[in-house]
Design a protein around this ligand. Structure first.
Ligand code: FES
Ligand SMILES: [Fe+2]
Length: 351
């Protein structure tokens, strides 16, 4: 018998109870530096927009070139600049009639007719490359960046393996970034989703503008028996979550969630695993198994993902004990990334 889904089309975040119509403000991952060769042009879609993302040719100030993200459709007659567009210096030439657009999105040249250029532009998005990751800035009101994405000391340290391309993964998920971010104050789920033997207690809660650090430790069940784990968790906005495990074999995981549209986000994971032997060049079996376990923890079918992809957002959750305090604290911190007023009532709310 074939199986039929009765769930119909994918619900939007608002239909799932999320009270903000605008995408959150902040830095969001869109890839890894090493994946963009010089002159490479890619089509991507985030924040409900089609984008063209490319790396410029080497420049005096940027010998490796820099990554540029523009709205995808040429202002002239609407060609998608990623499908056949070519990089010239820091500019992109449209495949349709050859108009040239600079890294700020301005028309730089028209190769025919009676004018050299026109006063027209396509939007250029703020981009950063930090510690081997590529980030895009999104602000609901179009304002420029007011903080920077995180620098990862592991990326410069010779006692960690570089994670690209063996300890990374990206995949669209049917969820809003806030769903993942709310794991920060949620210690009870560590017991039920992540196999911790007991619900841990928070030893540090530190808010610093767009950065929130939450530490806790406890005992986790592994196939080889119980292991004590201490974790440092740092959120940079609601789209970037860093988890540092300092006991046993050290590893650092950056989980990132970038809205694609009103139903999906792209999930990214990057895992820096410490070397047991500093001279080691290639990740050994243990390092690979740690990276694989971390990927599984985020993308596996029985992990957080199973909950997030089917979850309904509770604007007023039922909380017990310490949950109330931490959930309230987290939501009040994360409110800064949603500058618009809360919707009066989520669409199709059943609460
Ligand atoms: S559509 Fe791009 S140059 Fe004409
Ligand atoms: Fe989780």
């Amino acid at each position: 018998m074939p199986m039929f889904s009765t769930e119909g089309r994918t619900k939007t975040f608002q239909e799932r109870g999320f009270p903000h119509a605008a995408y959150p403000t902040g830095w969001f991952q869109v890839g890894w530096s090493a994946a963009y060769g010089p002159g490479q042009v890619t089509a991507q879609s985030y924040f409900g927009q089609d984008l063209v993302v490319y790396r410029t040719e080497p420049e005096d100030r940027n010998p490796l070139g820099r990554i540029v993200a523009l709205d995808a459709y040429c202002p002239h007659m609407g060609a998608h600049l990623a499908h056949g567009g070519s990089v010239e210096g820091s500019c992109l030439r449209c495949p349709y009639h050859g108009w040239l657009w600079d890294a700020d999105g301005r028309n730089a040249q028209i190769p025919y007719g009676d004018r050299d250029s026109v006063n027209a532009h396509t939007r250029s998005w703020p981009v950063r490359e930090v510690s081997g990751l590529v980030y895009l800035w999104h602000a609901a009101d179009g304002s420029p960046p007011c903080w920077e994405p995180p620098h990862m000391p592991e990326a410069d340290a010779d006692d960690f393996y570089p994670p690209y391309p063996w300890a990374i993964h990206r995949e669209p998920m049917r969820m809003h970034p806030q769903f993942a971010a709310e794991n920060f104050p949620d210690l009870a789920h560590m017991r039920y989703v992540h196999r911790w033997e007991q619900i841990p207690d928070i030893s540090l809660w530190q808010e610093d503008g767009p950065v929130l650090r939450v530490d806790y430790e406890g005992v986790i069940s592994t196939p080889k028996g119980p292991v004590r784990v201490a974790t440092e968790n740092t959120a940079h906005g609601v789209g970037l979550n860093i988890n540092r495990v300092s006991d046993g074999l050290r590893s650092t995981t950056l989980g990132a969630f970038t809205p694609i549209d009103q139903t999906h986000s792209e999930g990214f994971i990057t895992v820096w695993v410490a070397k047991r032997d500093r001279q080691s060049r290639e990740p050994d079996g243990l390092a690979r198994s740690i990276a694989a376990a971390n990927k599984q923890e985020l993308f596996g079918p029985t992990a957080d993902r199973r909950v997030w992809e089917n979850q309904r957002y509770r604007e007023h959750p039922l909380t017990v004990g310490y949950e109330a305090k931490y959930t309230r604290a987290f939501r009040s911190w994360s409110r800064q990334f949603y500058p618009e007023p809360v919707l009066a009532a989520p669409v199709n709310s059943d609460t």
